[in-house]
Design a protein around this ligand. Structure first.
Ligand code: ATP
Ligand code: MN
Ligand code: MN
Ligand code: MN
Length: 292
């Protein structure tokens, strides 16, 4: 995914067309070209010609239904989200690709406002149990909507936690992209700690602070904790559960899910420290401490 070179090949009219898809994607999996035309203030013929060009560049997928409709590809949505970040002056220059995971693509970038930073472009993969449930709750959700929601969830979690828990500072959110502070540290699994007892204690205390602010990470592991001489940071929150103020002691489905995820998170961490450093802690004692 070479976003920089794709970006340079875009025209004002192409951006307008993508903007039209974004505006209506909440209501249509394939957005009618007529609606795009209205919003872009172009003729439907012109819009369809542009959509065909965008499809050749793999930025959109078109489909002839009872109408002519279009949807973003992951690259198309990412490029459009980048454009919004640039337009709002959050991003000045895209840097190099830092990593490509199952659920995201992470780029280095430079921002005149925030300095060096990273952009995480979310992509939602195959449907998991959680997403199937979301479908049931919210009707038919397609890839683009799910992906934007996953970015929003991560942004909300970072916003809520930053300042209380050690997480990258969130700068901005547009579409499937989150702009955040660049952390100069390595994943826990790549580091040989000299003081593993201390680090485990810090992790447990941070998870406790997270929980007290109504956040359960949901994918906590040695891959989603960064460490350096300067400290530790938690990353990768799209799947987290956000409890509202006052929630957490009742018995709603969401709270049950949070409890389950919290136990699994703590289990993952304790297992890792046992395996890697021979440290043993009783999970129930730790969970009790976190919830206290
Ligand atoms: P996975 O596929 O492992 O679930 P992911 O695709 O959901 O991961 P993240 O874990 O958030 O996404 O990020 C992927 C990788 O990018 C991280 O493992 C880390 O190396 C790097 N990374 C993410 N955010 C930052 C950041 N703020 N600063 C520095 N590096 C980061
Ligand atoms: Mn993961
Ligand atoms: Mn990760
Ligand atoms: Mn992840």
């Amino acid at each position: 995914m070479d976003l920089a070179s794709l970006y340079s090949k875009m025209s004002k009219q192409k951006w307008k067309v993508l903007d039209g898809i974004f505006a209506h994607m909440w209501d249509y999996e394939f957005v009618p070209s007529e609606l795009i035309a209205k919003r872009a203030n172009m003729s439907p013929e012109k819009v369809e010609a542009i959509l065909k060009a965008l499809s050749d560049e793999r930025l959109v997928v078109n489909k002839q239904l009872a109408y002519f409709g279009s949807t973003f590809t992951f690259i198309g949505l990412s490029l459009y989200s980048l454009w919004r970040l640039v337009k709002r002056n959050h991003v000045s220059m895209l840097g190099k690709l830092m990593g490509e995971g199952k659920e995201s693509v992470v780029y280095n970038c430079y921002s005149e406002k925030y300095g060096e930073a990273v952009i995480k472009f979310h992509r939602v993969g195959y449907p998991s149990f959680k997403k199937v449930r979301e479908k049931r709750d919210y009707g038919t959700l397609h890839f683009t909507v799910l992906t934007v929601r996953s970015a929003r969830n991560e942004y909300k979690a970072l916003r809520r936690l930053y300042g209380f828990v050690s997480v990258p500072r969130p700068h901005a959110w547009e579409g499937n992209a989150i702009l955040m502070e660049l952390i100069d540290a390595k994943e826990l699994f790549r580091v040989r700690l000299t003081n593993p007892e201390d680090v485990l204690e810090i992790i447990i205390d941070e998870v406790r602070k997270m929980y007290s602010r109504g956040v359960v990470h949901g994918d906590l592991s040695q891959y989603n904790i960064l460490v350096s001489e300067e400290g530790i940071w938690f990353i990768d929150f799209p799947q987290c559960v956000l409890l509202e103020e006052g929630e957490g002691e009742g018995e709603s489905e969401k709270e049950d899910e949070a409890e389950e995820l919290l136990r699994r998170d703590v289990e993952n961490i304790l297992n890792y420290f046992k395996r890697a450093y021979g440290i043993e802690k009783d999970i129930n004692t730790v969970l009790e401490y976190i919830k206290k």
